[in-house]
Design a protein around this ligand. Structure first.
Ligand code: PEP
Ligand code: MG
Length: 315
């Protein structure tokens, strides 16, 4: 029965009562492009651009970057592509940048923070994205990683708009950005929640530390609370709020995220069919009930159990 449901599943994501939820793919390397483009999705919700930089001994030129982005936009012609600007730092070091020594690279000069030291890296990247976008007809959005304050969000959006990129947003992966989501969203066009880092920073648990997996579980109610805050700020300001961290690829958790108010989910291409089928079997009201239940739990395991039990009684 599940196989038949999966085979039948196609088209835009929606709940059983027809509320649209965009299902998008995460893309991080050129060899993933064909599979990502072939997936039945409404586009790319997270284009990780580190692949253009990490192996290089000199910074990629604007022309080189433009060509790479154009290839992605071409493959997603007519669909949306959310490009995340470079997320490098001492944790993901660049050969052509002196990152210095950092005791705590996850808390250091990474993501948007690095561009304060090297402004040309951001302006070159925005110029390349804009040039590539103007050549094709993908709906190109840009967003910045590791934003902590509304001012950073607004400054990034202004820089993107100056380059002719109309839709500029903020990744919400630092708890401060979630706590100030209203102000963050007032200064930019959308938010995309990165649950991997938001979990790490909320739980004060290094995401590379396997021993802390339980704290890093995306079902942690504290993380869900921050998703809720951000999604509600999206509703209040009329701006889209999606999730692009790994949480979006768990069908049951996807129901909870939708119930908390997020309007798009971006995941590995292989996760899309199961998320689409599960979503289509639940109304928005049911998703909201499941989300409320999850928020009552004392830890991640209890949240998962409560939601799993309740969703079985719905089905
Ligand atoms: C995240 O932090 O959830 C995210 C999507 O970005 P990355 O995994 O690339 O840090
Ligand atoms: Mg991140």
């Amino acid at each position: 029965q599940l196989a038949r449901a999966l085979a039948k599943s196609s088209g835009p994501g929606k709940t059983a009562d027809g509320v649209p939820v965009k299902l998008l793919v995460n893309l991080g390397a050129p060899h993933e492009l064909d599979a990502a483009a072939a997936a039945d999705s409404e586009g790319v919700g997270l284009l990780r651009t580190e692949f253009l930089y990490l192996s290089k001994v000199t910074a990629p030129t604007v022309a080189e970057q433009t060509e790479s982005y154009a290839r992605v936009f071409d493959a997603f012609s007519g669909r949306k592509v959310v490009v995340r600007t470079l997320d490098a730092g001492a944790d993901k070091p660049l050969k052509f940048v002196d990152h210095g020594h950092e005791e705590n690279p996850a808390l250091g000069v990474r993501g948007l923070r690095l561009t304060k030291r090297h402004p040309e890296m951001l302006t070159d990247q925005l110029a390349a994205i804009a040039a590539a976008a103007s050549k094709g007809d993908a709906d190109v959005w840009v967003m910045a990683p590791m934003v902590a304050t509304p001012r950073e969000a607004a400054e990034f959006a202004a820089a993107a708009h100056e380059h002719g990129l109309r839709t500029a947003g903020t990744m919400v992966e630092v708890p401060a950005a979630a706590l100030r989501a209203h102000q963050v969203l007032e200064g930019c066009d959308f938010a995309s929640i990165g649950t991997n880092d938001l979990g790490q920073y909320t739980m004060a648990a290094d995401r590379m530390q396997g021993e802390l997996a339980e704290l890093l579980d995306p079902w942690q109610p504290a993380l869900l609370e921050l998703v809720h805050l951000t999604a509600q700020a999206g509703k209040d300001t009329g701006k889209p709020v999606g999730v692009c961290g790994e949480a979006a690829s768990d069908p049951l958790l996807a129901l909870v995220l939708v119930g908390l108010g997020v309007t798009s989910l971006s995941m590995a291409p292989s996760s899309i069919p199961a998320v689409r089928v599960t979503l289509a079997a639940h109304s928005l009201a049911q998703c909201s009930e499941l989300a409320k239940l999850a928020l009552t739990a004392a830890d991640a395991a209890e949240a998962r159990q409560l939601v799993s039990d309740a969703s079985q009684s719905i089905a």
